[in-house]
Design a protein around this ligand. Structure first.
Ligand code: PGA
Length: 247
């Protein structure tokens, strides 16, 4: 059985107190069994949250793929780990589009994360223009080939993939469960072609993009959807835990 995962991407929200209150509220909620919960806070809050919970894992929204050095303003891969992160978002569409992160940088982030024991949560997803002309599969496949599929079998088994159609992120428009399942099944097929069936059966593929308590159940019921990467709806404990309880 594949791992089921619900992750909250808090993006650039919450002050220190708000982050602690929300994290404690999530921690105090009854947890659905066999669901892994991960929170991606802003990195300056990691240290404050790391000691609070032994059941909620933490991740970084971003890091720089070097151990140390003259990279003013950046958080190194080792500092991310040292602050309590076990997971790292890589390739989120906001990092690609707003901060110009390209396939080559993302590939080196994937390598640095693997080398230093952070689990990459590799995000992929097409913009609306490409979905409208039916080119979403080629686009997403290229994102995976360019920055993730250079890994070997053992390494890819340490990764999580998140399909996040750009047109669904923060827009209130969710992919239908058919659209999500179609892409997730395609991603699993590409994993199988590259790494074989046994590996493809293990790598979790999460859906992200306006996932909320009302649509999570239908999305998570899809055979190839192994959970969600939740933005806006993760900023409220009840809403996040309702999503986590939607399998
Ligand atoms: P959203 O964000 O749930 O607010 O659409 C998801 C994400 O960007 O990871």
């Amino acid at each position: 059985m594949r791992k089921k995962i619900v992750a909250g991407n808090w993006k650039m929200n919450l002050n220190k107190l708000e982050a602690q209150v929300l994290f404690r509220a999530i921690d105090a909620s009854p947890k659905p069994e066999n669901i892994e919960l991960i929170i991606f806070p802003v990195s300056v809050h990691l240290g404050k949250l790391a000691d609070v919970s032994s059941t909620i894992a933490l991740g970084v929204q971003n890091f720089y793929p070097e151990e140390k050095g003259a990279f003013t303003g950046e958080l190194s891969v080792t500092q991310a780990k040292d602050s309590g992160a076990e997971y790292a978002l890589i390739g989120h569409s906001e990092r690609r589009s707003i901060f110009g992160e390209d396939a080559e940088l993302l590939r080196s982030k994937v390598d640095a994360a693997i080398e230093h024991g952070l689990v990459p949560v590799f995000c992929c997803g097409e913009p609306l223009e490409l979905r409208e002309i039916g080119e979403q599969d080629d686009y997403v496949k290229a994102q995976l080939i360019d920055s993730l599929f250079h890994l070997d079998k053992d390494q890819i088994l340490k990764c999580i993939i998140a399909y996040e159609p750009v047109w669904a992120i923060g827009t209130g428009i969710t992919a239908t469960s058919d659209q999500a399942e179609e892409m997730h099944a395609a991603i699993r097929q590409w994993l199988e072609e590259k790494y074989g069936r046994a590996v493809a059966d293990i790598v979790p593929i999460l859906y992200g993009g306006s996932c909320n308590p009302s649509n999570a159940g239908e999305l998570f019921a899809c055979p190839n959807v192994d959970g969600g990467l939740i933005g806006g709806a993760s900023l409220d404990a009840i809403s996040f835990m309702t999503i986590a309880g939607s399998f």
